[in-house]
Design a protein around this ligand. Structure first.
Ligand code: NAI
Length: 343
């Protein structure tokens, strides 16, 4: 199949080229982000391969369908950037990589927690300048710290497992409690209870209409003073302006982000010689108790290998009339007999 791969980076191409040796698809690597202005570049292809910040709204999907695209192959787990209703009407199927390395994201989440707690980012800068003062670097033991995990799927459960090793008191909220977490001793409580109980709150649920701006001024008001908030899931789980207010009033004492609601215009690019136009993001960068990474939680050798292999295998399966990792499968819709994965 001929595949237009949007938002290409040198590392993406390297891993896809390695994996494609066993698949033999025809790849068209495009640096451009998919949007209405760039959709045309997929002409002549039957599938597009996209990432987290590519735009797949109804207008873009309509253009892709007109160009003969039949498959949207997401090389990520989240599919909040695809207008599924529109894709269904247009006869497009959508596949994803449900898990490439939950370990990568869980481990990065812990890295943010520990760096914020022990202020490693500040200590590193200080020591390089010959400042060995410990003033302002005071941390707290993770042992017996109450930590709340929102969403205990693959990543949230691994975060629980790692924190269990530290001896944290673990609490969680999920619409479907995870038996592995229950076995570990994680206590499932309501969101309000989690907000008032936990010193650290970490988000691992998907972005859906129900979870959009889950963290807002009302939920922040229910949290402990000086709470640590971590989001490695999706930017729009957080109302960033409310979080900035929380930081200014010191209700939020630490903030670790790997994702940002408006990251599409910033992340994955070198903008070091440009002026950042996003004033909300620029304000976030000013706080000493905020660490932001640019959507890199997934970025390990293991995850890139798995992303490339699973994506190309998803495309193969689609060609063969199967689709284990379907988000939306047209064959299932029309014939109700495809053994594909959950929608
Ligand atoms: P998963 O599907 O295994 O787990 C998600 C969990 O959230 C499930 O247990 C589900 O029941 C729960 N959930 C759904 N709606 C909820 C709600 N309203 N409130 C509370 N819990 C709810 O997903 P996985 O693999 O653990 O990934 C979690 C998220 O991490 C993804 O949705 C994705 O957005 C993000 N992610 C971020 C990456 C990064 O590089 N920063 C990389 C990979 C994923």
């Amino acid at each position: 199949m001929k595949i237009a791969l949007f938002s290409n980076k040198s590392y993406t191409e390297r891993y896809f080229e390695m994996a494609n040796k066993s698949f033999g698809h025809s790849m068209l690597y495009l640096d451009q982000r998919l949007g209405l202005e760039t959709a045309e570049l997929a002409k002549g292809c039957q599938a597009v391969c996209v990432f987290v910040n590519d735009v797949l709204d109804s207008a873009v999907l309509t253009r892709l369908a007109e160009l003969g695209i039949r498959l949207i192959a997401l090389r990520c787990a989240g599919f909040n950037n695809v207008e599924l209703d529109a894709a269904e009407k247009l006869g497009l199927s959508v596949v994803r990589v449900p898990a490439y390395s939950p370990y990568a994201v869980a481990e990065h989440t812990i890295a943010l927690m520990l760096a914020l707690n022990r202020r490693t980012h500040k200590a590193h800068a200080r020591v390089r300048e010959g400042n060995f003062s410990l003033e302002g670097l005071l941390g707290f033991d993770m042992y017996q710290t109450p930590v709340g995990i929102v969403g205990t799927g693959k990543i949230g459960a691994l975060v629980a497992q790692i924190l269990h090793g530290f001896g944290c008191d673990l609490y969680a909220y999920d619409v479907h409690p995870n038996p592995d977490c229950l076995k570990l001793g994680v206590k499932y409580i309501t969101l309000d209870e989690l907000y008032s109980t936990c010193r650290i709150i970490t988000l691992h649920c998907p972005l859906t209409p129900q979870t959009y701006h889950l963290i807002n001024s009302e939920s922040i008001a229910k949290m402990q003073d000086c709470v640590m908030l971590i989001n490695t899931s999706r930017g729009a789980l957080i109302d960033t302006k409310a979080v900035i207010e929380g930081l200014k009033t010191e209700r939020i004492g630490y903030l670790g982000l790997d994702v940002y609601e408006e990251e599409g215009d910033l992340f994955f690019e070198d903008l070091s010689n440009q002026i950042i136009q996003d004033d909300v993001f620029a304000r976030l960068l000013m706080f000493p108790n905020v660490i932001i990474t640019g959507h890199q939680a997934f970025f390990t050798h293991n995850a890139l290998t798995a992303i490339a292999e699973t994506t190309l295998s998803n495309i193969n399966e689609f060609e063969q009339g199967r689709c284990q990792n379907a988000v939306l499968c047209q064959k299932m819709i029309s014939q109700k007999k495809c053994g594909c994965g959950p929608t």
